[in-house]
Design a protein around this ligand. Structure first.
Ligand code: PMP
Ligand code: GLN
Length: 378
């Protein structure tokens, strides 16, 4: 029986986390915190369950949660999204991304994807007959050549996907980048999918350049967000997306048959928790101190790096250690040195190997110290 996605295998996150467990390695591969979420938030979920929020939520999400999401977005980016029609709560950003693609991509539609890219974009596009048009970025800057982007836009281009702060590189798009993109898309019907799941994890007093800030991008954009990243709850799979009314209406046509609605007690808890902006405003300094601790310790090692500007990932370059491929080196580090990371080439076009590994620093200080001690011995 012919099946879909013949070339897709198990994701690198599953492979590396499994290998980390098997070899009892420190797992800095798959991105997730190894510390607890705020007890105030988890007890709000218990409270919601005890209060009886145990049946279906409204299809687009609990209105009190959509209200507070709209308020937060307006406060941060000066952009108004109507909670009734322009905000939808989803089961993680991955579901939002899948549903956006399902709602719009038809056979033959072209989608521009910057590589290295989060691994769910391309299979989702291919499932609906879309054609991925890859644009490769390279270490250490991963900067976008907008002339190259202009040359890839054709009459078949339906969507462009960006991700800022960027997984896996930890780089961010500047205001200048966003203005270039806005200029390129002006006057077209191209949809922008702006994956902003790390919007609150940004360092050195840099400002997140959300697509919501740019009027000609906002009118054509879906913005995806993830409570997993923001509140240390990746296992909850809760997120949301924002879009103008007409785009969101097409999204909801699919969403209602994809999941219908997301977890109800968690929505109740998140609506309460978001009323205290401090709960996300403290995130940049919280993660910056983890990045700085990790880098100050790794400075002694033979790895080289450019500090991440955002996300909870740090790339380390191993050029001066070995000429092995990043895949083989990451395997050897896991098995022999007991530290697991992600080889970035698996996200690249033709497995381009920039000799960098991705390390997740969403870990306790103790874990980061033990990890750095190992890295300094390599
Ligand atoms: N986009 C990017 C760039 C990510 O790193 C992640 C996290 N894996 C997601 C989307 C998906 O987020 P969620 O866990 O909320 O589905
Ligand atoms: N986004 C996470 C990462 O980049 C993992 C997501 C997943 O396991 N699918 O590590």
């Amino acid at each position: 029986i012919p099946t879909k996605l013949p070339n897709v295998t198990t994701t690198i996150f599953t492979i590396m986390s499994k290998m980390a467990n098997e070899y009892e390695a420190i797992n800095l591969s798959q991105g997730f915190p190894n510390f607890e979420a705020d007890h105030k938030l988890t007890s709000l979920v218990t409270k919601a369950m005890q209060k009886g929020y145990n049946q279906y939520a409204p299809m687009p999400g609990l209105l009190s949660l959509r209200d507070i999401i709209a308020e937060k977005t307006n406060g941060l980016y000066g952009s108004t999204y109507h909670p009734e029609t322009e905000v939808t709560v989803t089961s993680g950003a991955t579901q939002a991304i899948f549903t956006i693609i399902a709602a719009f991509i038809q056979p033959g539609d072209e989608v521009l994807v910057f590589k290295p890219a989060y691994d769910s974009y391309e299979p989702s596009i291919e499932l609906f007959g879309g054609v991925v048009v890859p644009i490769q970025l390279s270490a250490p800057n991963f900067s976008i050549n907008w002339k190259e982007v202009a040359s890839k836009i054709t009459s078949k281009t339906k969507m462009v996907i960006i991700n800022t702060p960027h997984n896996p590189s930890g780089t961010i798009l500047s205001k200048k980048d966003m203005l270039q993109l806005e200029g390129l898309l002006k006057g077209t019907d191209i949809i922008l999918l702006s994956d902003e799941v790390y919007e609150h994890i940004i360092f050195d007093h840099k400002e997140h350049q959300s697509a919501a800030r740019f009027s000609d991008l906002r009118m054509r954009s879906f913005i995806t967000a993830s409570f997993g990243k923001t509140f240390h709850t990746t296992g909850w799979k809760m997120g949301y997306c924002l879009a103008p009314k007409d785009l969101m209406s097409a999204f909801r046509k699919v969403h209602q048959f994809n999941v219908f609605c997301s977890n109800h007690p968690m929505q109740y808890a998140l609506a309460e928790y978001l009323k205290t902006p401090k709960n996300y405003q403290e995130l940049p300094s919280f993660y910056q101190s983890k990045r700085d601790l990790f880098l100050s310790l790794v400075e002694e090692s033979r790895f080289t790096f450019t500090p991440a500007s955002g996300t909870y990932f740090q790339l380390l370059n191993f050029n001066s250690i070995t000429d092995e491929s990043d895949v083989l080196f990451s395997e050897r580090l896991t098995k022999d040195y007991k530290i697991a990371s992600i080889p970035v080439s698996v996200f690249n076009l033709n497995q381009q190997d920039d000799k960098v590994l991705r390390f997740c620093f969403a870990k306790t200080a103790d874990t980061l110290k033990r990890a750095a001690e190992i890295l300094c011995k390599i």
